[in-house]
Write a protein that binds this ligand. Structure first.
Ligand code: PLP
Length: 229
């Protein structure tokens, strides 16, 4: 099933769109099976789970962190994470910078924007992002690099609403690109789209889709970390 699912997703991607295979709550055996099909990029939303999996899997896997990151857990991912999609506050970005400095590396990050109508989703509003990007403190950060934006649409059947939320993320990207990052070629990523909405996301300019259940099947949230590694 994994092979069939994976190949179907790959075949449906627009040229230039990167697939992040979201492996949260899935065991390392299944990650390895998808890795063996050629997938090198995996996404996790819990720092300790990512660390435990990373330790036992091939070193050329690129690990993308996509969940809400607590500052006391950055240390579990800082040495190896390829991209943090979910920077949702200035304090968090500063802590990631500190942790990256300790590892003597620069950690690529995306700014997560609040585009959904739901109250529960994390992320910046434009004014907050601007206040951060305009600040002297931001200019001092040497161990993080902002590569673009990320967002999650509302969980709804209303496709027009989902589309309009993706359009708003695309507009945030365009605005930040022109105002702050025009001369920085690495600011080019728009991480949007999950199993149920990635086709719409790609139509609206996504460069990275984060797909879990359409590859790995449904998740069993009762599993513990010890069941996965
Ligand atoms: C779980 C998760 C996904 C993948 O969701 P699916 O619906 O299983 O594809 C994508 N992005 C984030 C931030 C997630 O937490």
């Amino acid at each position: 099933m994994l092979k069939e699912n994976y190949e179907k997703i790959l075949a449906s991607l627009k040229p230039g769109v990167r697939l992040i295979a979201v492996s949260k709550y899935k065991p390392v055996s299944e990650i390895l099976a998808v890795y063996d099909l050629g997938q090198k990029c995996f996404g996790e939303n819990k720092a300790q789970e990512m660390k435990a999996k990373q330790a036992g899997l091939p070193a050329d896997i690129q690990w993308h962190f996509i969940g809400h990151l607590q500052t006391n857990k950055i240390k579990y991912i800082a040495p190896y994470v390829s991209l943090v999609h979910s920077i949702d506050s200035f304090p968090l970005l500063k802590e990631v910078d500190k942790a990256a400095a300790k590892c003597q590396r620069v950690i690529p990050c995306l700014l997560q924007f609040h585009i959904a109508r739901e109250e529960t989703k994390f992320g910046f509003q434009r004014e907050e992002a601007e206040a951060m990007l305009d600040s002297e403190e931001f200019a001092q950060l040497k161990n993080v690099r902002i590569d673009g934006v990320m967002g999650m649409a509302t969980f709804t059947e209303d496709k027009a609403q989902v589309r309009s939320e993706f359009v708003s993320l695309r507009q945030e990207f365009d605005y930040l690109k022109s105002r702050y990052f025009a001369s920085e070629p690495h600011f080019k990523e728009i991480s949007m789209g999950m199993s149920d909405d990635y086709l719409i996301a790609m139509e609206e300019g996504s460069t990275m889709v984060r797909i879990g259940s359409s590859i790995f099947g449904g998740r069993d949230y009762s599993l513990k970390l010890s069941d996965l590694v």
